[in-house]
Design a binder for this molecule. Structure first.
Ligand code: SAH
Ligand code: SF4
Length: 399
């Protein structure tokens, strides 16, 4: 029987495992359950799971041998059954503005025969913070007409472990774990600030089409006994998967960003085609009722500036009118071109005029400075070379 690799199957459990299991991405209770299956008592399983959690997420340890509060024999057993998996770095590029882009290659240790996949992760340093832009899928099922990732078909969803491993690897590269060394080029925040203070799910893919894995990864990233990133410093961006917006607020509780980009349905149908399924009225209603939304926890509305497409004064006024009753921030993103793109970025004067209208309505600093354009790391420029599996390979793996 052959099965097509569509969105549903991209989420399906993969065939039975044959290699060690990666601990990164398992919840603490899942780790405890696996330890129980190895013969540890319930109490020991819980205690060891907490120790492993600390070694992995607080100390950034990748070898069981370094875990000096765990007996040698147990360490050896753990090393037989598990790995603390990190991706391979295919490339690391540094922009003249300090932005870094990594191409990571993931192999599933328990599925040695599955082909690897590659994803891009971007680090954007500022003087007082460092933001990591994390991918949720390899490619995207959606086809927003101005987005480079949208030209790459979905290869597969990333697992929770692979989403987290991007954070772990970036932290390791930036010397963000105890005993690590900061890069000496001065392009990470200074002082005691961690190199990575914020996470944005704005890399490749639509996070709400990989909801369960994204939820699991973000709950682990915000766990106070682990990576301990505040939920207020984690932002999930969606093109508008309306039914998943309420669960995102209720179950994950992170900040929300909406890729709005147009204020009329006819235009949004073209720019962000998911609008045909969930039009503006439904999207904005989901925002008005987003669990936890308040003036202190505003929703960010992203709006890409496309010359002569969505950048008129009338568009700006309509934008302000549409968002009037929603606690909102507006982020105007100058369009970042990519090879073969059909759009042009609005002229700077036009962006300023548009921003002025938005500003006068009370939204501060609405224009996002493009970062890392020289290394193709800016919004919407990410695309990996991992091809959608050829039908022959797909059948072989999903039989
Ligand atoms: N898929 C999710 C998150 C990733 S995209 C989403 O669409 O929200 C992150 C942001 O960059 C989105 O607002 C997206 O619309 C925007 N973007 C995509 N291509 C762009 C481009 N070429 N120039 C500027 N912004 C772009
Ligand atoms: Fe996918 Fe987001 Fe790009 Fe649209 S903008 S194609 S949803 S990654």
């Amino acid at each position: 029987m052959s099965v097509a690799l569509n969105i549903d199957h991209a989420n399906a459990p993969r065939p039975d495992t044959s290699g060690p299991v990666s601990l990164v991405g398992l919840s603490k209770s899942e780790i405890a359950a696996r330890l129980g299956a190895m013969g540890l008592s319930e109490r020991d399983s819980r205690m060891r799971a907490s120790q492993l959690w600390n070694w992995i997420y607080v100390n950034g340890v990748t070898e069981f041998d370094a875990m000096n509060n765990i007996a040698k024999r147990l360490r050896a057993d753990l090393a037989q059954a598990f790995v603390i998996d990190r991706p391979e770095i295919v490339s690391e590029q540094i922009s003249i503005d300090g932005t870094r882009k990594w191409l990571f290659r993931f192999r599933d240790p328990s599925q040695p025969n599955m082909p690897p996949v590659e994803v891009e992760t971007v680090y954007i340093p500022e003087s007082d913070r460092g933001t990591l832009c994390v991918s949720s899928q390899v490619g995207c099922t959606l086809t927003c007409s101005f987005c480079h990732t949208g030209t790459q078909k979905l290869v597969r969803n990333l697992t929770a472990g692979e989403i987290l491993a991007q954070v772990m690897m970036a932290r390791a590269r930036l010397g963000d774990f105890p005993g690590g060394t900061r890069p000496t080029d001065g392009l990470v925040p200074s002082g005691d600030t961690r190199a990575i203070t914020n996470i944005v799910m704005m890399g490749m893919g639509e996070p709400l089409y990989n909801y369960e894995n994204v939820k699991k990864a973000l709950l682990i990233a915000s766990d106070g006994a682990g990576l301990s990133l505040s939920k207020r410093r984690i932002t999930l961006s969606t093109s508008g998967v309306v039914p998943q917006i309420e669960p995102t607020g209720r179950e994950i509780g992170v900040m929300l960003a909406i890729s709005l980009h147009a204020v009329r349905n006819d235009l949004r149908d073209v720019l962000v085609p998911i609008n045909k399924k969930w039009p503006l009225e439904q999207l904005l209603e989901a925002c008005r009722t987003y669990p936890g939304v308040s003036n202190a926890k505003r929703i960010t509305f992203e709006y890409v500036m496309l010359k002569d497409i969505n950048d008129s004064d009338a568009d700006a006024r309509e934008l302000v009118r549409l968002l009037a009753k929603i606690p909102a921030k507006i982020n105007l993103i100058p369009f970042n071109p990519w090879p073969g793109s059909n759009y042009v970025c609005s002229d700077w004067d036009r962006i300023e005029a548009f921003a002025d209208i938005v500003n006068r309505a009370g939204y501060a600093s609405p224009v996002r400075t493009p970062r890392g354009r020289d290394i193709f790391a800016a919004c919407g420029q990410l695309k990996s070379e991992t091809e959608r599996l050829k039908k022959k390979d797909r059948d072989a793996f999903l039989l």
